[in-house]
Design a protein around this ligand. Structure first.
Ligand SMILES: [Zn+2]
Length: 242
């Protein structure tokens, strides 16, 4: 695989993601919300940090960026359409743009719903998507700014990616998402076996991520919504779950 992808557990349940283009050694961290743990992680990976990549403006995704950029000289990239709420961007991108991390190219996908300016970064040759708080393992982001219709279409864009695509999202919400998912699809065998896997990973203190688009299409009830109204009902059910 030409793109190395590693989760960095930070804050209570967030993940930043460390990326390395294996051909050139070019590196990035996605959603660098803190400084110390990310700087330590990068140091353990050889100390090189070329890019700081942003999915959306929430503090638990961007708060470490200005200081990390100052410390390392890494350049910052995020959504031009939301730049007023982001740290200073060296490269402002728009949905549909392509971004080069060494020889690994990312396509910027518009994924509003959780926030208005949320974008995802798909690396087709790297088999990975950085999807922030849009698609989670067995769940999806809350609708804080966008509409159910926007999120429905954002999730459809992600679900259309190749099945082997690694899903690199912003939170370890997996066990809680599975509880809700099982209440919606109690007979889903793939979901039940994913629950067994996720529980054993968490018992060992390991991340349940990344999953893959193929796994999510099998286990994630939000990707099984028939239409916008059905999606809205599922999302409301999760908001009120327990
Ligand atoms: Zn968020």
């Amino acid at each position: 695989m030409s793109l190395t992808v590693k989760p960095i557990a930070i804050l209570d349940d967030n993940y930043a993601w460390f990326l390395r283009d294996d051909a050139t050694g070019t590196t990035a961290v996605v959603d660098a919300a803190v400084v110390g743990p990310i700087a330590d992680f990068v140091k353990a990976e050889g100390g090189r940090l070329d890019w700081l990549i942003i999915t959306h403006h929430h503090g638990d995704h961007i708060d470490g960026i200005p200081e990390l950029a100052a410390q390392t000289g890494a350049k910052v990239t995020g959504n031009a359409n939301d730049s007023a709420r982001l740290p200073k961007l060296d490269l402002a991108v728009k949905p549909g743009d392509r971004f080069s991390l060494g020889q690994s190219e990312a396509v910027v996908i518009d994924t509003p719903g959780h926030t208005r300016g949320h974008i995802s970064w798909h690396f087709p040759t790297g088999d990975a998507v950085m999807c922030g708080d849009t698609l989670f393992a067995a769940g999806c982001g809350r609708l804080l700014e966008g509409t159910a219709e926007e999120m429905f279409h954002s999730l459809a864009r992600l679900a259309a990616l190749p099945a082997a695509t690694r899903v690199c999202c912003g939170h370890e919400y997996t066990l809680s998402n599975i509880r809700y998912a099982l209440s919606v699809e109690p007979e889903n065998a793939a979901l039940k076996s994913f629950e067994t896997l996720a529980k054993s990973l968490r018992a060992e203190g390991k991340p349940t991520l990344p999953t893959t688009i193929g796994t999510e299409k099998a286990i994630n009830p939000f990707l099984h919504a028939r239409d916008v109204a059905h999606f809205a009902e599922l999302r409301k059910g999760k908001d009120n779950f327990r």
